[in-house]
Design a protein around this ligand. Structure first.
Ligand SMILES: Cc1cc2nc3c(=O)[nH]c(=O)nc-3n(C[C@H](O)[C@H](O)[C@H](O)COP(=O)(O)OP(=O)(O)OC[C@H]3O[C@@H](n4cnc5c(N)ncnc54)[C@H](O)[C@@H]3O)c2cc1C
Ligand code: FES
Length: 269
């Protein structure tokens, strides 16, 4: 695992997506971190320096890009903390801890299916950019907000991307049918699936992985406070398939044993 750093970075820009008068998704560009290397699926804990005691904990976000130019996270407003992040201005200071956790497996020659639900697209931005053979990678993306609320343009250039918007209940059935069809297809060619999104979406992917036999990894977006394994606020329970003897049916911290797990290794409560 790569060493993590605690640093203060500066907001370079905050770019909103979509056409709503109050955008709910945006790309936060921070000054370049001292680390350039990371594995897509890893995350950072962000806490603006201006936050006081009303926000004691940092918030976790996937790394969408990190390098010489900037550190980028794609953020959706979900509550009080993310609403405050949406008000950041160029020049503001943000405390950043990372890179944290593990990342998704990269198998250059395996047909790889990315499965994203909503803001779960965030770690796949870097995955598509860094993959050595992007022609082996495709994505199925389910979303509720209009497509222009998400950073799909950079991905369209690198990988095949199919998106489905959920406007009415029947759309969810169509999306699940598409998930099943794509996972059966990739199981048939001994491929790999990587999924990130809301819990209900991950549960469906986990069930389909068991039914199709497709090797699948899930990135869990558990609630987190410390981000480094100390507070036990983010535990998941392991299954019989967990590879460490004596630790099956055992609580493991998502922040430092995950957030990426093989689908058959954890229970999704
Ligand atoms: C490893 C990891 C990577 C993540 N990557 C991203 C990302 O790239 N972009 C992004 O927008 N979000 C991401 N999230 C989710 C993000 O951390 C939460 O949306 C955020 O912490 C909510 O903070 P808040 O103060 O706005 O919400 P709160 O006011 O604390 O809660 C508001 C609502 O959001 C829900 N919520 C809180 N934490 C989470 C969570 N971790 N996951 C899902 N729902 C939550 C609460 O149940 C509540 O309904 C990630 C989470 C994890 C664990
Ligand atoms: S967030 Fe504290 S143990 Fe994971």
């Amino acid at each position: 695992m790569l060493a993590s750093h605690f640093v203060e970075l500066t907001v370079l820009d905050l770019i909103p997506f979509g056409r709503e008068s109050t955008p709910q998704t945006f790309a936060l560009h921070l000054s370049p971190p001292p680390w350039k290397n990371y594995t897509p699926g890893q995350f950072v804990m962000l806490r603006p320096a201006s936050w006081g005691s009303e926000f004691p904990w940092a918030r976790p976000f996937s790394i969408s890009r990190a390098g010489e130019i900037d550190l980028v996270c794609f953020i959706q407003v979900a509550g009080r903390g993310t609403a405050r992040l949406a008000g950041l201005k160029a020049g503001d200071a943000v405390h950043v801890w990372g890179p944290l956790g593990n990342g998704f497996v990269v198998e250059a020659d395996s047909p790889t299916l990315l499965l994203a639900g909503g803001v779960g697209i965030a770690p796949f931005i870097g995955y598509a950019q860094k993959h050595p053979k992007p022609r082996n990678v495709s994505m199925l993306f389910g979303h509720r907000a209009p497509l222009d609320c998400y950073p799909v343009d950079s991905m369209n250039e690198r990988i095949e991307l199919n998106s489905m918007q959920e406007n009415e209940p029947a759309d969810l059935d169509r999306f699940i049918a598409a998930l099943r069809a794509r996972m059966e297809e990739y199981a048939g060619k001994s491929g790999l699936a990587l999924a990130c999104g809301p819990l209900a979406f991950l549960r469906t992917v986990q069930q389909l992985a068991a039914q199709t036999g497709l090797r699948t990894q899930l990135s869990l977006e558990s609630r987190m406070a410390c981000g480094v394994g100390a507070c036990l606020g983010c535990v998941a329970t392991t299954t019989d398939a967990w590879p460490v003897p004596g630790k099956t049916h055992w609580p493991v911290q998502t922040c430092n044993h995950g957030p990426v797990f093989w689908a058959n290794h954890v229970l999704l409560d």
